[in-house]
Design a protein around this ligand. Sequence first.
Ligand code: AMP
Ligand code: MG
Length: 408
Amino acid sequence: MGFDTSGLLPLSDALQGMLEQLACCCDCEQLPLPEALGRVLASDIASPLAVPPFDNSAMDGYAVRLADLASGTPLIMAGKAFAGQPYQGEWPAGHCVRIMTGAPVPAGTDAVVMQEETQADGDRITFLAQPEPGQNIRRAGSDIGNGACVLQAGTRLTPREMPLLASLGVATVAVRRPLKVAIFSTGDELKPVGTPLAHGDIYDSNRYGVRAMLTRMGCDCLDLGIIPDDPAQLRAAFIRADKEADVLITTGGVSVGEADFTKLLLDELGEIGFWKLAIKPGKPFAFGRLPRAWFFGLPGNPVSAMVTFDQLVQPALAKLAGQHFERPLQLQAIAAEPLKKSPGRLDFQRGILSQGPNGLEVRSTGSQDSAVFSSLSRANCYIVLERERGRVAAGETVTVEPFGGLLL
Ligand code: AMP
Ligand code: MG
């Protein structure tokens, strides 16, 4: 695919190389608002109205005209305004209007005085403080102006957007159909959970991790199970996935030891690059095109599979799904203990970030072997150690990336 596979490929180059080739492949459909949760907006949403739609009270209290307060004498209550029941009577000079939170302020109101700053004696209201003009009035359009762009195409709808869209009266939204992703695990040693293990077997764990991450991303998953290291069965699985899905993600079989026939098969079926990434964990990685579908070949080691998915595949799938994607914030923290590291690859060590007496501090979760899954499950962040950096002493500053939505 035009990449140098002789040396180790920096993560940023791999990511850029992939993203340049990818474009959104998901059509648009209209969905009722509640069903659109987790979907990606296909177009910008401009507000069809002002929010709030009318000037209203931010407090329970009294609507007043400042001129009426100038004399300091109590005002007579002319009537009441409730949320949903505007005050529609006369408002003679020397009068105020009792008003509740959310009620439209009567025409001519200069301010709302909160109840706690008044004294009522029957209908005679004494004002204990002089309000500022506009005090406790929420102005029409002060949150969102009529016609303003409130959400951009590419936004994935979370519970935070639902009430926002409802407040605009949006009943249906244009969203992208979910990206369809086929997955399978490769390896003669793999058995599905719920079956006994023979000597030399292990449970297929990667498929559960990949599937869970796809679910978090809102993708439709076509799970093709475990495919043995057998060219005929692999070929059939590649062809089926290519027919039925937008993307195929496999784990295992892309490292040097056993990649030969996978590589031959993929060369025959499509145009796939086998990369050695300059990251740890996760060196072997394959990316390219089958006749219809995009292909991502993740390393077999469970931690490598998760980390390469999170760091590389996630942004690529987001682009295919039409979703705007940003990595979680990276922060600086103090290494609370020494961290093993040799120069040459960008390390995504698994760490536990906590608040220490002098700011954020981070510890390793222990063995960073890419087969040790507990290192990931106990962690709450990556410790991102630069490619040329060596061993880290306790007290040094390191970059950490708290896990984002995919791993939480
Ligand atoms: P491979 O990339 O196929 O050479 O696999 C590298 C290592 O990861 C081997 O120890 C495999 O047994 C292990 N492995 C591969 N696929 C999986 C999987 N789906 N679940 C758990 N371990 C796996
Ligand atoms: Mg294998």
